[in-house]
Design a protein around this ligand. Structure first.
Ligand SMILES: [Fe+2]
Length: 205
């Protein structure tokens, strides 16, 4: 008798700790805050759609093309995305995954990010520029929940792989990658210090 695991949901985690990381991260943090100061359209968009936070999702969402600092981050991210697609065994022999979007998220106390996925993308992820201790993590939801019908709930001590959702803690320098169809959310940020992340999409079309 054997039980086999099929159709896994993979989440890629890494820490960016290359030489010069600290200086790059400090530049990114400055630019994220400067963007918020300069981006009136983004602040208006955020006031309506992201209370307590700022995101450039609706205003400056191709930062990798606007800022050499973000472009330097994107070059680092490219390598991790390639590794992840190899683990996923995606056939990219005639296709190239490229970063299509890259935007800034700054969460103040009380800001939250509701459950969502990233349409029109293949691989998505977030890089964490600043995250105070206790900052809200990234919560992923089992993509099969809608099909569970009469399935009983899982035990509270169920293995991580069997839980209906899993939260990944975040800290500065952390990178998370996932397939773009995987729904995720961020619970309300409860700390006074800001939680700053850079999110991005990669696509092959
Ligand atoms: Fe997201």
């Amino acid at each position: 008798m054997a039980t086999q695991q099929l159709f896994p949901t993979l989440v890629y985690t890494a820490r960016l700790r290359f030489r010069g990381w600290r200086a790059l991260n400090a530049r990114l943090l400055r630019e994220c805050r400067q963007l918020r100061a300069d981006d009136a359209a983004g602040r208006r968009w955020s006031a309506r759609n992201y209370p307590g936070g700022y995101t450039s999702y609706g205003s400056a969402h191709r930062m990798q093309q606007l800022s050499p600092t973000f472009a330097a981050l994107a070059r680092r991210l490219d390598r991790h995305v390639v590794r992840f697609t190899r683990t996923l065994q995606m056939d990219l022999s005639r296709r190239t995954l490229v970063m299509t979007d890259c935007w800034v998220n700054i969460m103040g106390r009380g800001a939250a990010h509701g459950l969502h996925l990233h349409p029109l993308a293949t691989i998505s992820g977030s890089y964490y520029v600043a995250a105070p201790a206790g900052a809200a993590g990234l919560k992923f939801e089992d993509p099969r929940l809608a099909r569970f019908m009469a399935a009983p709930p899982r035990r509270s001590d169920a293995r991580r792989a069997n839980r209906p959702w899993v939260i990944f803690p975040v800290r500065a320098g952390a990178l998370l990658l996932f397939e773009s169809w995987l729904r995720h959310e961020v619970a309300p940020h409860s700390r006074a210090a800001e939680r700053v992340s850079i999110s991005f999409n990669y696509s092959w079309f």
